[in-house]
Design a protein around this ligand. Structure first.
Ligand code: 16G
Ligand code: ZN
Length: 532
């Protein structure tokens, strides 16, 4: 068939580097940009197939390596409702990427089509975008070759944040339904968020200025445009680390990952006490907040703090409105013990714990009426179920107070990017809540005190030997190790520690927390020593 010969022909232009083994991991393929040409070409083929399998619904392809260094790049697929690629397809992605020859690739393409009863002549629609990395344009060219070879229709959305592309994919696929998600364009995204922000903050004092470290990535110019749409009467944002043309500075000594893992300020930032600061990552799907006190001491407001702020606010609005909906929170093992205790004991909000990785949290959050999920690293969002939306939309308020609360809840549902964690949307959410409460970062931070914690990366001979259960909180293999960890943990007040294999690097991670900084560090070191 013509399509198959096209695939073989185009594939010769995108040879697979010898000896490299690729794997579609928690965040798609991610490695040095120079090793990705053949992978991205093949992802194009897979995206075309995925769309055909779903009756021509539009699939997204995002080219980014998020918080990783400038020379890295990556590629991941977005399913029609703006969700991560369905897990069973990750295997095909890995298989295509590792096909040894052009012929083998073409055979696999046909084999997948046959196994899944995909008609290769049916329509196929794909949209894509990239972040600001230097290797992006060449990878886009490879992707276009893949899409062309597989005879897919495609649209190039150029430079976007990852969550913007998720939004656009969902808008396209819901466009002809009774509940379209929004206008499938970047302007549509800005309009939706800015309109909602203005409604949510209506009648509240103008929020104080927020300084945002954009990690020298795509989030900077996008946030600038978003702030312009909102207008300076409603919002003052000061953007720093916004040199997107200095490609080597992307994520360098700044950005959400740096601030969270180093537990310190971006290099060069000179903060004023008690003012609010935030850092985005390289594709603007993560955000953490922070401030310094009068003694210049750094205080981090991470994903756990965002989750409890959002859950409290939404729970209180629901209570005022009189609507019968339940808020739940989804966390991972990395959530600070104090945050879990605060949610359970003080807020009385149910918690689900899942393994690391957005797709796990997202699915668990879908089980609540309103599901708040955040990883401690700052990736997260809030999901309103379809039935909750219907309940809110049809609710007949008995008084102005109830009406106000319902209007605010509905506008929050529009302000929040419900397809995936979105740093820009989360930024507006936090600002809106703080302005409702008339809180600064210090008041927010005082809701509970984080236990000191330490994350250690340990290189081991074979990380696949480390198997966990109970949402990664207990090791089942290597056998016997968990008993030793338990024995250590018992010696520390408020001690907690777990070991899991990284899904993105060849290493295992040790997390420890305890009542004091000294003890948390000591516990982390002692548990790490057990692994050697
Ligand atoms: C990926 C995940 C992120 C997770 C991180 C853990 C997605 C889109 N991203 O970046 O959520 O926190 O991996 O990395 O799922 P690790 O397995 O190396 O600790
Ligand atoms: Zn990211």
């Amino acid at each position: 068939r013509q399509q198959l010969s096209q695939i073989t022909k185009f594939s010769t232009l995108h040879p697979r580097p010898e000896g490299h083994k690729y794997a579609y991991g928690t965040a798609g393929f991610r490695l040095l940009g120079s090793l990705l040409d053949s992978v991205v070409f093949r992802v194009g083929l897979l995206a075309a197939l995925r769309s055909r399998k779903l009756d021509g619904e539009t699939i997204g392809v995002m080219i980014t390596a998020s918080h990783n260094p400038p020379d890295d790049n990556g590629v991941k697929l977005i399913d029609p409702q703006g969700e991560m690629l369905e897990a069973s397809w990750e295997t095909y992605a890995t298989m295509f990427a590792n096909a040894e020859t052009d012929d083998e690739l073409t055979k696999e393409y046909l084999a997948v089509a046959e196994a899944l009863k995909i008609n290769l002549d049916s329509p196929s629609n794909v949209v894509f975008a990239r972040d600001t990395r230097a290797s992006g344009p060449a990878l886009v060219a490879a992707l276009k070759d893949g899409l062309q070879a597989a005879a897919a229709d495609y649209a190039d959305y150029r430079i976007l944040t990852t969550p913007q592309l998720h939004y656009i994919v969902k808008c396209i696929n819901t466009g002809k339904t009774v509940t379209p998600y929004g206008d499938p364009s970047e302007q549509g995204y800005f309009d939706k968020l800015s309109t909602a922000f203005k409604i949510v903050t209506k009648g509240k004092a103008k929020p104080p200025t927020v300084t945002v470290d954009a990690a020298n990535g795509v989030g900077g110019p996008k946030l600038k445009e978003l702030a312009r749409c909102i207008g300076s009467d409603y919002l003052d944002i000061n953007i720093v680390k916004n040199e997107i043309d200095a490609v080597e500075r992307l994520n360098f000594q700044c950005g959400a990952d740096f601030v969270k893992t180093q537990q310190k300020l971006p290099v060069g930032l000179e903060p004023a006490p008690f003012e609010l600061y935030a850092s985005l990552d390289g594709d603007a799907d993560r955000i953490v907040f922070y401030y310094v006190d009068e003694a210049n001491k750094f205080h981090l407001l991470d994903g756990d703090k965002i989750a409890s702020l959002a859950a409290t606010f939404i729970r209180d609005l629901i209570a005022v409105s009189g609507v019968d909906l339940q808020v739940g929170v989804v966390q991972t093992a990395y959530a600070n013990g104090s945050s879990s205790k605060y949610l359970t004991d003080i807020l009385k909000v149910p918690i689900t714990v899942t393994p690391t990785g957005v797709k796990h949290l997202h699915h668990a959050a879908q089980l609540f009426d309103v599901g708040v999920y955040f990883e401690a690293n700052g990736h997260g969002t809030v999901l309103f179920s379809n039935s909750s939306m219907k309940t809110l939309e049809s609710f007949e308020a008995q008084n102005p107070g109830q009406q106000d609360a319902v209007t605010t809840l509905l506008s929050l549902a529009a302000l929040i990017n419900q397809t995936v964690g979105d740093a820009l949307s989360d930024l507006l959410l936090v600002i809106a809540i703080l302005s409702h409460k008339a809180w600064g970062p210090n008041e927010w931070n005082l809701t509970y005190t984080d236990l000191p914690n330490r994350l250690v990366r340990v290189v081991v001979k074979d990380r696949t030997a480390f198997k966990t259960d109970d949402a990664e909180r207990r090791l089942v293999e290597p056998k016997g190790l968990q008993v030793h960890i338990d024995a250590l943990v018992k010696k520390y007040k408020s001690g907690r520690s777990f070991v899991r294999a990284s899904g993105t690097e060849d290493a295992v991670r040790v997390y420890a927390e305890a009542a004091t900084r000294l003890e948390a560090d000591e516990l982390a070191v002692k548990v790490s020593d057990l692994l050697k």
